[in-house]
Design a protein. Structure first.
Length: 264
């Protein structure tokens, strides 16, 4: 720890370094990590040395990446998190009923993370691993964004270079905010080619007992597997699944070895 630096500040900087490594798939050089974390190279080096000693960071020649020590942390979350555990059987039923890929996303800062996923009869043409981060301003992310405060939405809009959908549709900040209000009123979102061309998705929020949004259920499939005449039935299935997950989450027993940080 640097002179006159508080333990809390050192901890915050360590998390900043881990965040940089998590958001970059490829290994990074020391100078790149320091620049992205907004830290001095010497400070970054000290932090990396500590993290490497804990197995949270691995060094290969002159580059760094997340270490194997982060894997048990993710595993512990998935094993101990009541929301993802409650969602899995519901997602299995949803994927079976619709033939589409069913997923559960939760918000993580200004992005969303998939924490449970079940492939349907017609799987997506691209892989989306558990733990993958996706934007909040597109697709199911907009459902999660509809549960944010006005200040949080403004912060989100400052981090993106416009709302550009793969379909070619663009939203102004005001139109984006209006779309969030529509989602709040409707209770679901149907998205066409927002994040990937030729993909239609239907998503609905999962709420805690206090009415706080804790996740979003989404089914996704190629346009050919989601014709207009099928969408309203899928909307009903997705909303029922979201409600069921919320109810199961509330009644699920607290994990013995891991405490949930989402929900109540």
């Amino acid at each position: 720890m640097a002179p006159n630096e508080s333990p809390m500040r050192s901890l915050e900087r360590a998390f900043d370094v881990l965040a940089v490594l998590e958001q970059n798939i490829r290994p990074l050089r020391l100078t790149d990590i320091a620049q992205q974390a907004g830290l001095a190279v010497s400070t970054t080096q000290r932090i990396l040395n500590v993290l490497e000693g804990r197995g949270l960071v691995e060094r290969d020649d002159s580059t760094y990446q997340l270490g194997v020590g982060t894997v048990p942390m993710a595993h512990a979350f998935l094993r101990g998190n009541r929301l993802s555990a409650a969602a899995l059987p519901v997602l299995q039923e949803l994927a079976s009923a619709t033939g589409l890929t069913a997923s559960l996303f939760v918000r993580s800062g200004l992005s969303r993370v998939v924490v449970a996923r079940v492939e349907g009869e017609h799987p997506l043409r691209y892989a989306l691993p558990i733990g993958e981060r996706l934007p909040l301003h597109l697709g199911a992310g907009r459902v999660l964004a509809s549960g944010m405060t006005d200040e949080e939405v403004d912060e989100l809009l400052q981090t993106v270079d416009g709302i550009h959908m793969q379909s070619g549709v663009e939203l102004t900040p005001q139109q984006f905010k209006e779309s969030l209000q529509t989602i709040r009123e409707d209770g679901y979102l149907v998205a066409h080619s927002e994040r990937a061309v030729g993909i239609t998705s239907v998503s609905a929020p999962v709420f805690s007992a206090s009415g706080r949004m804790v996740g979003v259920v989404i089914v996704s499939g190629a346009d050919a597997h989601m014709p207009e005449e099928k969408i309203q039935q899928v909307v009903w299935e997705v909303r029922q699944a979201a409600q069921s997950i919320g109810q199961r989450h509330l009644s699920a027993p607290e994990p013995v070895q891991a405490r949930n940080t989402i929900g109540r």
